[in-house]
Unconditional design. Structure first.
Lengths: 247, 79
């Protein structure tokens, strides 16, 4: 069977660990040339081990809030590969606090990473994709951005913005055959989330009809579907991957 | 082909202009078809032809043939 992403050039932000790393590995295993972007060099050390396999993953250490660096990185990828087929805007910050405890410096930083940089990456990549008349952009939203969550006003506001940016971009880019969709995970069993789970969400596991957290691979599989031609007629969708969670 | 000829070809392709028309008066105010879609077409052509990625202020400022030349010069293209 043909690999789903054979020779497609895919950019994955926040690829250092958790969901992003799983997406990068999944894409590469389906034949993609993956540019794994993260701000922390140490988090991308895993890519060095991958280089001993047949998987094509290239690490790029970039702060996605540094617009000049982002622009030169994308131009470099375009020069090297000639095209950019898939952008996964996965990088994000998260915080948990009640409204009265919101730290506005942190909130602004979170908007910068989760929303402003995401829009900038969509803007640049879509200009390259529009010349190809093809492309798939996948934004990582969250169920809390769709339904809200007590104690996560700031984070949910950024993810709500991701949802609306996705819907608008999908409408604006449809004529260029660029698909734009978002994934809205519920609770995912990343190491980061498991660390806060017991402290803050121990009772919430009961709100998931499936009775368990999502595996990062289940998010990556949805991402693979949206990146591949299997979803060639799908755009402007926010796909919940949440085990039926009730927030 | 010179860089000016390459730029001219972009305007010819996007607007159907003739080389004779391309001059000081070829601008948003004087070209009936000049809308945001055509402007983005010019930008896209310039980026692809000259291997650039233009900033938002350049995209907004690209409202005439001469402005396009200025933007290319500003981005290091000999014009």
């Amino acid at each position: 069977m043909e690999l789903l992403l054979k020779d497609k050039v895919c950019i994955v932000t926040g690829a250092g660990r958790g969901i992003g790393r799983t997406i990068a590995e999944t894409f590469a295993s389906e034949g993609a040339i993956v540019y794994a972007i993260d701000i922390l060099a140490d988090d991308l050390l895993w890519v060095d081990n991958i280089s001993q396999t047949n998987l094509l993953i290239r690490k790029v250490i970039v702060d996605i809030c540094d617009f000049e660096l982002v622009k030169s990185t994308l131009m470099s990828i375009k020069r090297d590969c000639g095209h950019i087929d898939v952008l996964v805007n996965n990088a994000g910050l998260i915080s948990y606090e009640l409204m009265s405890f919101i730290d506005f410096d942190k909130l602004k930083k979170m908007f910068n990473v989760n929303v402003i940089s995401l829009i900038y990456l969509m803007q640049l990549c879509s200009r390259i994709m529009s010349r190809q008349h093809s492309g798939s952009i996948i934004n990582m939203a969250s169920m809390v951005g769709v339904k809200g969550a007590k104690g996560q006003l700031g984070y949910s506001a950024t993810k709500g913005a991701v949802v609306s940016a996705t819907l608008s971009a999908a409408k604006e880019l449809a004529n260029d055959h660029i698909r734009v969709n978002a994934i809205a995970p519920g609770m995912v069993g990343t190491r980061r989330f498991k660390n806060v789970l017991e402290e803050k969400f121990a009772d919430k596991i009961n709100d998931i009809p499936f009775g368990r957290l999502a595996e990062p691979q289940e998010i990556a599989n949805t991402c693979l579907f949206l990146a591949s031609d299997l979803s060639s007629y799908i755009t402007g969708q926010i796909i919940g991957v949440d085990g039926g969670i009730v927030l | 082909m010179t860089n000016v000829e390459k730029l001219n070809n972009i305007f010819i392709e996007v607007f159907g202009a003739t080389v004779e028309q391309l001059g000081d008066n070829y601008c948003k105010e004087n070209v009936a078809d000049w809308d945001s879609v055509h402007q983005l077409g010019i930008i896209s052509g310039m980026e692809e032809t000259f291997d650039l990625m233009l900033d938002p202020e350049d995209i907004m400022a690209c409202t005439s043939y001469n402005a396009a030349k200025d933007i290319l010069a500003k981005n290091g293209v000999e014009i």
